[in-house]
Design a protein around this ligand. Structure first.
Ligand SMILES: Cc1cc2nc3c(=O)[nH]c(=O)nc-3n(C[C@H](O)[C@H](O)[C@H](O)COP(=O)(O)OP(=O)(O)OC[C@H]3O[C@@H](n4cnc5c(N)ncnc54)[C@H](O)[C@@H]3O)c2cc1C
Length: 403
């Protein structure tokens, strides 16, 4: 075979790391991206601090992928959190472990990392074709793109689709590829929002005075699952790490109608100790003051009053309620502002090298595959690791084709 032509479509972490691996191996790589610049979601991920990965031990780390952990486990073990940190440091972006165990670049933002990365890719010969919106294949099997100059086609011996999921569509990953692939016989799982907020009806006071404020050091439970962390009050309900981590179970439970989350506003104090604190209230002290003295913030008190307007006065009853505030969730927020999406290309649609069984020579990686994980660096880690695994799959495929 003449020099094989490799097309990578999608300039997010999965596509870029694949381009890096393949170009470092001496392959010629063309990278197509529909936006004017690559890595827009990666940049957005860095806005509040780029949480690249997590420092917890690998078995616990892999457990975060739930039912996909046996699928992604070997792939992540090959490019693990330590590997990702070393890679980042290789681009002169040292990392550190935050108090929660999450890993961040010292610069916190994604932009210096992305700049250094793109420069490395260009130096390795990767050709970027920006504003190239991939629309499928022509009748003779070439890749077709819409560009500002009209339709462009390109032939490729191997193609990696790294088109992302369907959340935050204005950043480029809009799931627009799904119908075309389904038409080619690729099995897909419908998209749904993940790592997203939930809708809860608050009183006017909570909405107007406390939207945007945090509920720090809480625990949130659904059934047996309990997550310690933080929440942020929103006019429409709740956002924040603790509710994101329950996205999967919430989605499943909502199929049967509204559900009740249980909020523990004092997770590190048992009910008896809390009741003892509440019992110390002076005669004539207002209930709000008593609750504040028991360590509840004004917004936590407002949430408590919304959940149970007629609060019990006895310390035991009140303590039990503070440790199990019932919150009725009516819906999850949509894909527009979800951090990630679940669904996409079914696990059964790809082989162990991430090649689509229905389309030999076409590989897929990153968030467009059907796996899901909480925030904490797990999304980026899996996007990187699957991008690399698919790049290795492409190398093997091309080697076999050349024989
Ligand atoms: C607000 C926010 C915060 C986040 N924070 C974190 C975090 O802190 N830690 C973490 O681990 N993850 C975080 N994520 C998630 C993380 O950014 C994604 O999981 C990751 O970017 C997915 O990588 P990817 O390469 O698979 O896809 P993407 O990064 O989505 O890249 C896909 C690319 O494909 C392009 N594309 C799509 N369709 C076409 C087409 N038809 N033709 C050409 N190009 C196309 C898109 O424009 C895009 O550039 C966050 C996400 C958001 C939205």
């Amino acid at each position: 075979m003449a020099t094989p032509r490799i097309a990578i479509i999608g300039g997010g972490p999965a596509g870029l790391i694949a381009a890096e691996h393949l170009s470092a191996g001496g392959h010629s790589v063309d990278l197509y991206e529909k936006m004017p610049t690559p890595g827009r979601k990666f940049l957005m991920a860095g806005r509040g601090g780029l949480n690249l990965t997590h420092s917890e031990p690998l078995p616990a780390f892999l457990g975060r992928y739930r039912e996909a952990s046996d699928w992604l486990g070997p792939v992540i073990a090959r490019f693990d959190p330590a590997g990702l940190r070393a890679w980042c440091e290789g681009l002169d972006q040292p990392t550190f472990v935050g108090s929660s165990g999450r890993v961040f670049p010292e610069a916190m933002k994604a932009s210096p990392l992305l700049r250094a990365w793109r420069a490395r890719l260009e130096a390795q010969g990767v050709v970027f074709h920006l504003r190239h919106d991939w629309t499928g294949w022509t009748a003779d099997g070439a890749l077709a793109f819409e560009t500002p100059d009209g339709q462009v086609t390109a032939a490729a011996d191997a193609t990696l689709l790294a088109l992302g999921g369907a959340s935050w569509p204005r950043l480029g990953s809009d799931g627009g590829w799904a119908e075309g692939l389904r038409g080619k016989g690729v099995e897909l799982v419908p998209f749904s929002a993940s790592n997203c907020g939930v809708e809860i009806t608050w009183s006017e006071i909570t909405r107007d005075r406390f939207a945007g404020t945090p509920l720090k050091t809480i625990a949130l439970s659904l059934g047996e699952e309990r997550i310690e962390g933080e929440l942020v009050l929103a006019r429409y309900g709740l956002e924040g790490g603790a509710v994101y981590a329950l996205s999967g179970p919430i989605r499943t439970a909502l199929e049967n109608g509204p559900l009740t989350l249980t909020l523990d506003l004092r997770p590190h104090l048992d009910a008896d100790a809390l009741a003892a604190k509440l019992a110390k209230a002076k005669k004539g002290q207002s209930l709000s003051n008593t609750l504040r003295k028991a360590g509840l913030s004004p917004q936590a008190i407002s949430v408590l009053r919304d959940a149970v307007p007629d609060l019990p006065r006895d310390p035991q009853g009140l303590a039990a309620l503070i440790k199990a505030v019932p919150l009725t969730v009516t819906a999850q927020r949509g894909l527009d502002r979800a951090i990630s999406s679940a669904g996409g290309i079914a696990r059964t649609a790809v082989d162990e090298h991430f090649m689509l069984s229905a389309l030999p020579g076409v590989f897929a990686a990153g968030e467009m595959l059907d796996w899901d994980a909480p925030t904490g660096g797990y999304l980026l880690q899996a996007s990187f690791a699957t991008g690399l695994a698919a790049a290795r799959g492409i190398e093997d495929w091309l080697t076999a084709a050349a024989r």
